[in-house]
Design a protein around this ligand. Structure first.
Ligand code: TXE
Length: 485
């Protein structure tokens, strides 16, 4: 551990503070497998301090005008854009993702999250209902109080800002807990929020592990709203903790997303889109299309061309601008990927591409967590490899003979987050999209995001929706006021 390693401190009541117990966790750089900084190893004592700060700030912040809240959030967005390169580099080092991806996706999307909700609160509609000649009803949507925001390691600043922005835009105060694996950009965001003039205590960030910090947040009686993104297993624990306290909970969980290619699709577009939806962020995006289904008459052509394009993805040091495939976020996740590649072969699958770590890229990355883009064919549709979330650069490709069959395959999973359908027959596109059980269906595209639309999953992919109007409604409490005539 280098003595000068940066310490990722908690941000409570507008101050950067060490954890009460003085403990820190090593923060490992995925590309090297070595610690490069330290993350505060906090516990319920810091959560209590953060609750006190958030409670103190709530009265002032919830009474602040929407115009003033908007101005501060827009300033945060401007500062994120000002520091784009610094934030992108921090994100790349912390997660192992290519610097180019952090620079073009993660950080710009974080700025647009703040900008979107900063302006959305200026244009919200209020509902009123005239009850004949009896009464006049109007609905107030008021901030709920302290929100607990828990986020994962795959798109750290993007997904955390997706929670912080709406929560505080509508007048709540917040306690955020980023993943202990990728806490650096949340730490940097705190400085930008202070520079933007966000009042002390409106946003508090407490770093540490799930059990020591996440669980106390979900169990704290004064934190009435919980927004969680992460794995389904943990999502279940969060829901169990919140239920007895009747908390309002939003869960954005895992996925095992189908990517369906019909023979009449524009294959050039479908192949390019499928390579991206398979391996973006090393396949560590809950929306990745990890189960590819191709109509049999186009199957051989698709597989050959897909393998050719996927094999050309440039793996390398995440900090190299030319790199398209970086490192897996950590050893635990890399071992999980290796486990499923071994399992796939035991289940009868054939490794058509990848299936192992690449040759060492350079001395710096010799002990990093790298794995080649991997394609598996020949698996039965209902095997474990095709039903369980791997969350790495691993996809399966399976042929199908007709629409009804592939819809059955697509829906044969406990998850229901997102899907893609590639066809030039738009009547079929509408028909298939209506029958697929996922919260989002992309037709002839992937990961096209409009922040106004509801976003989230069905079944074990989550509860509730985030995004746009849904997020503003999630973080506010509607009150109906009825005035007799
Ligand atoms: O998620 P976790 P991880 C999937 C993916 C991945 C799996 C686990 O399959 O392998 O989830 O990933 C905090 N109470 N996705 O480890 O464990 C934890 O500290 C409260 C899909 O990132 O769910 C972190 O901040 N909080 C997902 C956050 O929860 C707890 C993206 C997520 O951790 C907690 C990432 C507890 N008991 C992973 N235990 C998506 N849908 O985008 C942990 N945490």
């Amino acid at each position: 551990m280098t003595k000068t390693a940066e310490k990722i401190q908690n941000f409570i009541d507008g101050q950067f503070v060490d954890p009460v117990g003085g403990k820190y966790l090593d923060n490992i750089e995925p590309a090297t497998g070595k610690p490069y900084s330290q993350v505060a190893d906090s516990d319920t004592r810091e959560v209590d301090l953060a609750v006190a700060a958030a409670e103190k700030a709530f009265a002032g912040w919830s009474q602040t005008s929407a115009a003033d809240r908007s101005r501060i959030l827009l300033r945060i967005a401007d500062l994120i854009e000002r520091d784009l390169e610094k934030l992108a580099r921090a994100e790349s080092i912390d997660t192992g993702k290519p610097l180019s991806l952090a620079r073009t996706l993660d950080i710009p999307r974080a700025a647009s999250n703040f900008r979107f909700f900063a302006t959305a609160i200026l244009h919200t509609e209020s509902e009123a209902h005239i009850t004949d000649n009896v009464a006049f009803n109007y609905t107030l949507r008021q901030p709920r109080g302290i929100a607990g925001l828990i986020s994962p390691w795959n798109l750290p600043l993007y997904l955390l800002s997706w929670k912080i922005a709406p929560a505080i835009a509508v007048g709540n105060t917040a306690i955020a807990k980023p993943s202990e694996l990728t806490a650096m950009t949340a730490f940097l965001l705190c400085g930008l929020c202070r520079e933007a003039g966000l009042p002390n205590g409106v946003l508090n960030v407490v770093h540490g592990t799930g059990p020591n910090v996440g669980a106390p947040i979900t169990a704290h009686p004064k934190i009435g709203t919980i927004s969680f993104t992460g794995g389904t297993v943990t999502g279940r624990k969060v829901a169990e903790a919140c239920a007895p306290l009747f908390k309002k909970v939003s869960l954005e969980l895992g996925g095992k997303n189908p990517n369906i290619i019909f023979a009449d699709a524009d294959l050039d577009a479908a192949i390019a889109g499928s390579v991206r939806s398979s391996f973006a962020n090393q396949g560590q995006v809950c929306l990745c299309g990890s189960r590819i289904f191709v109509e049999r008459s186009a199957y051989a052509d698709f597989v050959n061309r897909f393998l050719d394009q996927a094999s050309k993805l440039k793996g390398g040091d995440p900090l190299d601008d030319k790199t398209e495939q970086g490192a897996i976020v950590g050893k635990t996740q890399l071992d999980k990927v290796k486990f499923y590649v071994d399992l796939a072969q035991k289940e009868g699958g054939k490794i058509a591409l990848g299936g192992k770590a690449p040759e060492p890229i350079n001395d710096r990355c010799r002990e990093g967590y790298f794995f080649k883009p991997t394609v598996i064919t020949g698996l039965p549709v209902s095997c474990r490899t095709n039903r369980e979330e791997i969350f790495g650069p691993v996809v399966t490709i399976t042929p199908f003979d007709n629409e009804e069959e592939v819809i059955g395959y697509a829906n044969d999973t406990e998850y229901g987050l997102a899907s893609s359908v590639w066809t030039q027959n738009l009547t079929r596109a509408h028909r298939v999209a209506e029958k697929i059980h996922t919260g989002t269906v992309w037709v002839n595209c992937w990961l096209v995001r409009d922040l106004r639309v509801p976003f989230g999953g069905m079944k074990q992919s989550g509860v509730g929706r985030e995004g746009g109007e849904e997020a503003l409604r999630f973080f506010t409490e509607p009150k109906n006021i009825c005035i007799a005539k």
